[in-house]
Design a protein around this ligand. Structure first.
Ligand code: ZN
Length: 253
């Protein structure tokens, strides 16, 4: 069995809780679909844990923004990118530490899609890997979904929307809370897209950290409580991150 996470977003409390939870499961490796940083108050600490615990991480739009340019970000997201960059470039840090972060980001920036057997891993979608969202409402957009499914061999895992769930080829969306034991067995006759949700900034009105475990037969969603009020306080005291980013952690949206 493997663990799979996405959108940690520099939320140390959520990541630690998630790592604590998965440690009790029989998981060989943990993979990550990107957006380790951005929005949250602990980019350095989360990057350190990512280097230690994730077998690989793909590039997310926030890594892309910090490495290149945050051109299509809204003002609040751009503020977070600038603040995060300043944290990684903090002058008082040893040079090797700063280089360590940027080298790691540089390495993952070359990883847009990973294909392993019947599984495809991507941050957003196979059409525009770091940018395109696949949202629950897209089941009503058959043209879009068909075009995306064309690029899926059998099972695709993504993040980016921060909304966990299953998309089937016959255009159904299933939230994990609707699944028995939050477990989904892959159908034999259909392709599926699985959004793994977000560890550090869930947006399905459930503030708990979300991640999945999966094997060749099935996927299971997990939710983990963490001290989001501590994360909120850190955002408020960051001197650069907008208040809005703290508020949304409470509501999970
Ligand atoms: Zn994200």
């Amino acid at each position: 069995m493997l663990g799979l996470v996405s959108d940690v977003h520099a939320n140390l409390e959520a990541l630690e809780a998630m790592l604590g939870d998965i440690a009790g499961r029989n998981v060989k490796d943990i993979l990550c679909l990107g957006d380790i940083i951005g929005y949250g108050p602990n980019p350095r600490e989360t990057l350190k844990l990512a280097m230690k615990f994730f077998k690989f991480s793909l590039i997310g739009n926030h890594e892309e923004a910090i490495m290149l340019i945050a051109e299509d970000f809204n003002e609040r997201a751009r503020q977070a990118v600038e603040w995060t960059r300043s944290q990684l470039n903090e002058r008082n840090l040893p040079k090797e530490e700063r280089h360590g972060y940027w080298n790691y980001l540089d390495k993952l920036s070359k990883l847009e899609k990973v294909e392993k057997g019947r599984f495809l891993f991507v941050h957003g979608s196979p059409r525009v890997p770091t940018k395109e969202y696949i949202m629950p409402r897209d089941i009503h957009d058959a043209t879009k979904m068909r075009s995306i499914f064309e690029q899926v061999n059998q099972i695709m895992f993504c993040g980016h929307s921060h909304v966990p769930g299953i998309f089937t080829e016959d255009l159904r969306y299933i939230h994990p809370s609707k699944l028995p034991d939050a477990t989904f067995i892959y159908p034999k006759d259909q392709k599926v897209i699985i959004n793994v949700g977000s560890v550090g900034q869930p947006r399905d009105l459930d503030h708990r950290a979300c991640y999945i475990t999966f094997d060749e037969e099935k996927v299971q969603f997990h939710r983990v409580k963490y001290d989001y009020q501590l994360t909120m306080k850190k955002i408020q005291n960051s001197g650069g991150l907008p208040q809005y980013l703290a508020d949304r952690l409470r509501y999970g949206k």
